[in-house]
Write a protein that binds this ligand. Sequence first.
Ligand code: ADP
Ligand code: MG
Length: 353
Amino acid sequence: MAFSPFDWLLGRFSLDIGIDLGTANTLINVRGKGIVINEPSWVAVNKRTNEPIAIGAAAKEMVGRTPTNVVTLRPLRDGVISEFEITEAMLEYYIAKAHQQSIVPVPRPRVVIGIPAGVTAVEKRAVFDASMAAGARQTFLIEEPVAAALGAGLPIDEVRGSMVVDIGGGTSEVAIMSMGGVVNSRSLRVAGDELDEDIIQYIRNKYNILIGQGMAEEAKIAVGSAYPLKEERTTSVRGRNLITGLPDSVEISSIELREGIADSVQTIIDVIKDSLDETPPEIMADLMDTGICLAGGGSQLLGLDQRLTDELSFRAWLAEDPISCVARGAGIALEDFAKWSGLFVGLERQPGQ
Ligand code: ADP
Ligand code: MG
């Protein structure tokens, strides 16, 4: 990619930001400063005016507690934008917040933003448009697992295979990379959110108690697991008893939760196996050395690394701070723009443009 001297000059002084626009969490990484925003991807909207009244943690707090004129929502579903205007408002708010932190007036930012692997041209375009509408001067798209691999410090530019599995809220993504490019990648719409749903179903079926999504997520984080624990644990969940209609609580164990989420965990593992099936033998040999890097919030499920190591006979290891890998990777791409520009994904032109 060639840059004019003007671009270079602008690049020196402008604010460059990497964005992980996740289904569950949005992170903003400002070049030279690091991650300045890490908030849940929730927005509370006034139904009458359609104006956002809270964004991020403040909006997540309101979930399940709103009066009739307010609705809380996550503008992304399964990793892609489902509510365009709300996504744009959310990005605009975060970009402005990152922008304001600069002491001197600077031009509008250049943005590197993640998209799930294998999304459609329309879905890609929506992320690009939302970023531009939210105030970016230029926007570059990068596949999330690629950014995650970069952020986790994998040697993706070497002539050597590396593999990353990024498990988020809406999607689990697998990518095998070599020589700075993707050898093969896959995305599956089963991830952390699905595990929460499984837990809700399980408790409903077994105890006739309906719990909220937030409670299910808390239980998952506290005692959810993919492999038997050295010491099994318990946690208590609260909800509404479906028979009496009254508040109720129950103590559940890590063994029960493991059973409850087993099918979805297996689905994720099967996709990883499928992508290994398509991997050339030389790269398989490389992976036996480097193992499989796990990134994304959902990869922190207790015992997942051990379960994968067992089932795949490759060492699976958790990246450092798995939740920020994509944002850190986007930041690395910005630091050395020329080196990594080959990783950016183009936009296919659509008819009429
Ligand atoms: P996204 O990229 O979709 O925004 P994240 O990478 O931020 O997603 O991960 C969010 C998901 O990770 C949520 O489903 C959340 O419940 C899950 N998660 C976070 N911490 C843990 C944990 N310790 N154990 C299991 N799941 C976790
Ligand atoms: Mg993610």
